[in-house]
Design a protein around this ligand. Structure first.
Ligand SMILES: [Zn+2]
Ligand SMILES: [Zn+2]
Length: 148
């Protein structure tokens, strides 16, 4: 019998992502710098935190595969805005940078700050630095990287 460890929570989030993935409208370029390479999706609301809070609220046991698979659609339905709307497509560099500032799993209260930070970073690029080096579309591979 699996215990409700962090490892299991990680698996629960993975199941949610696998399910939600196909419906994402990913951009073809980084929101900040416009590169088309190494793109990743960033949620301003950590899906891990949302899921854990929701499970605590509802009392659902998401510590097993069966447990999360049975309720993941319900979770996604209840969090469509956070999962599908409050997202940014970022290159790996800017994704890493954001998480270095706001933490690996940013708290919900930091979501507005993240939006401001991203807009500021973007303005910098628009007003000055241009995206010269990486014009070639080598790979538009898409991943969630190692962030929650
Ligand atoms: Zn970027
Ligand atoms: Zn992220």
């Amino acid at each position: 019998m699996a215990k409700n460890t962090n490892e299991n929570k990680r698996i629960a989030v993975k199941h949610v992502r696998d399910r939600a993935k196909s419906a994402y409208e990913k951009d073809t370029q980084c929101y900040v710098c416009g590169t088309s390479q190494d793109l990743e999706l960033h949620h301003t609301h950590s899906v891990t935190i949302l899921l854990n809070e929701w499970a605590a609220r509802t009392g659902y046991d998401i510590s097993t595969d069966e447990g999360i698979l049975a309720v993941r659609d319900e979770f996604i339905e209840a969090h469509r805005k956070e999962i599908y709307d409050d997202v940014y497509t970022l290159c790996n560099k800017h994704h890493v940078k954001l998480h270095s500032i706001y933490g690996k799993a940013p708290t919900a209260s930091s979501a507005p700050k993240q939006a401001v930070w991203l807009a500021n970073q973007r303005a910098r690029f628009v007003n000055g630095e241009t995206n010269t080096a990486e014009e070639t579309i080598k790979s538009t591979g898409f991943s969630f990287a190692k962030f929650y």
